[in-house]
Design a protein around this ligand. Sequence first.
Ligand code: GDD
Ligand code: MG
Length: 372
Amino acid sequence: MKALILAGGFGTRLRPLSCTRPKLLFPIANRPLLDLIIERLAKNGVEEVILAVNFMAERLEAVFGKTRYGVTLHYSRDKPPKRETPNSQKSLGTGGPIRQAEKLLGKEEPFFVLNGDILADVDYSEILEAHQSYDATATLALHRVEDPSRFGVVKLTKENRIEAFVEKPKKNTPSNQVNAGIYVLEPDIFQYIQAGKRCSIEREVFPKLAEERKLFGHEIKGLWVDVGKPADYIKANALWLAARSKDGRSTKISALRGTKIKENVAIGSGVQFGEISIIGPNVSVGKEVRVGNRVHIENSVIFPHTTISDYSTIKGAVLGEHVTLGRNVRIEEGCLVGDYVTIQDNTTLSQNVKVCPSKKVDERTTTSQCIV
Ligand code: GDD
Ligand code: MG
């Protein structure tokens, strides 16, 4: 069986960290999100994966190459529409890349399509089985959420047929069951997507299939997060760390030179700790990170090769690669610090501040402004 992973979005809500890497390379417990997805597909019998790439395609290709977990990887880069107008977009949306990969996907059997920014503990084979029991062109995994307004929302019949599909409804939300971004599609789907054009599968194709009674749903429970927003990315990391520790897969690290580790925590190779720091809970520290004395990090993700000096505190934030934090720096909730940023001593970044790559933040700054 084949799967296509939509991997070409711009990750705008995760800027500035997504300016230098695609969303699918964001680490979850120190492994790229895409790595976790391919591993799971491999376990579900998928042999070929087509990565529908666009933005920073070369980064993905450089990291993943031609095969992983025994799965063959193909890269299908969005071709810009043939007749370009000044306003035409150079990306194909969520439907166009599926049509573009028609030859790679073939016409013989159904295939999976996944939004690449979803971390889910899901059994893909179960969705395929459900699909085979319906007379469906598309079967969508569905998940229940508290606030459905930023998702595709469905109205489901008792027979699991989707009567209505509304993408990001502004009002009159039909239910709290949303499109989980995991589909089984029949090759018939190609007829619904025009070649060489940008198309939103959620806005242009699913509503039509619902009308034609060819759209079905299958509810999935358990871990499911769209990592599109900073808070959700941090939550995805925390949930994955928790799931991993239940599996007994986490490395138990006790006190390191007087540094206290509060589980759940992932620590990469070559990380150095000073004394009397507190790391955790819900923290991933990438490889070769250097942590000074009396540092406190909780609920955060630290990318590789970053240095955090004495007395600094990081809570609910993400630090990119090769960041240098001086002494007594406070990074508050929702902050995103780009790669190669230097933050000098005694500086506070208050909630939700974003710092663009390579910027230098001077000593004794207290800011709630984004630094671009
Ligand atoms: N190749 C390519 N080209 N991929 C794209 C493009 C494009 O132009 N645009 C988006 N993608 C990829 C993104 O990288 C992401 O993996 C996936 O398509 C979905 O795009 P998002 O931008 O993350 O959409 P969303 O989160 O607002 O909404 C989607 O996901 C929700 C579930 O999290 C929709 O499918 C909703 O209906 C769904 O509920
Ligand atoms: Mg998304």
